[in-house]
Design a protein around this ligand. Sequence first.
Ligand SMILES: N[C@@H](CCC(=O)N[C@@H](CS)C(=O)NCC(=O)O)C(=O)O
Length: 233
Amino acid sequence: MALKVYYDFMSQPCRALYIFLKLNKIPFEHKLVALRKGEHMGEDFKKVSPISRVPVIDDDGFVLTESVAILKYLAAKHNVPDHWYPRNDIKAQARVDEFMNYQHLSTRINMAMLFQNLTIIPRMRNKPVDWKKVESFRKGVGITVDQIDKHFLKDNRPFLAGDNMSIADILGICEVMQLYACCEERFIESNPTVNAWAERLKPKLAPYFEESNVVVYKVREHFLKNPPTQPKL
Ligand SMILES: N[C@@H](CCC(=O)N[C@@H](CS)C(=O)NCC(=O)O)C(=O)O
């Protein structure tokens, strides 16, 4: 039975999973879950995962949530090239795990929440932007980018876990794209090390990086037409 993948391109970890599946030619059945329509909260999806978040996979009855767990499982099951998630070199594997554990409370929380506070929350709840929150997540993004520069990419490491591209890089770049969606990319572009990493990585994920990010570019276009105005302090 085909691997079923429940996803929506609005979601960063879903985009990461999609890119990984396509690059590794792992066949799957597309199960689209439209977050903007609230399909993840519906009874049908709750039967798959009562956690009501994407991505989720169903591999012949083995249902798994959480992008990191899913990526590690699929890397092992499909015996993908070792650079994605090293099997035998425990230090190389630990470096990939290091970023994947770090990202939840750094790239993910700060970049996703900055995006949400500038776009989704004001639009969906029809409320003015909470600029205090925006500034707080901007501060978090700045700290995160600096940490990536000084720790994960130190000593001219080309990728987040060292010399080779890994699943950590795919997860990382998909979170970073939230900044582009809300025109906050200056945080990346002003850091030469992190910017060089992003530009080095994107072509390696072609064409699936661009394909899965179409929605990000659409949101950005809309944001550029209707930018919220920040009051002067
Ligand atoms: N830690 C989870 C996070 C999953 C997650 O937060 N998914 C979001 C989309 S990016 C979602 O489904 N949100 C719907 C909701 O929370 O209501 C993972 O990495 O898979």
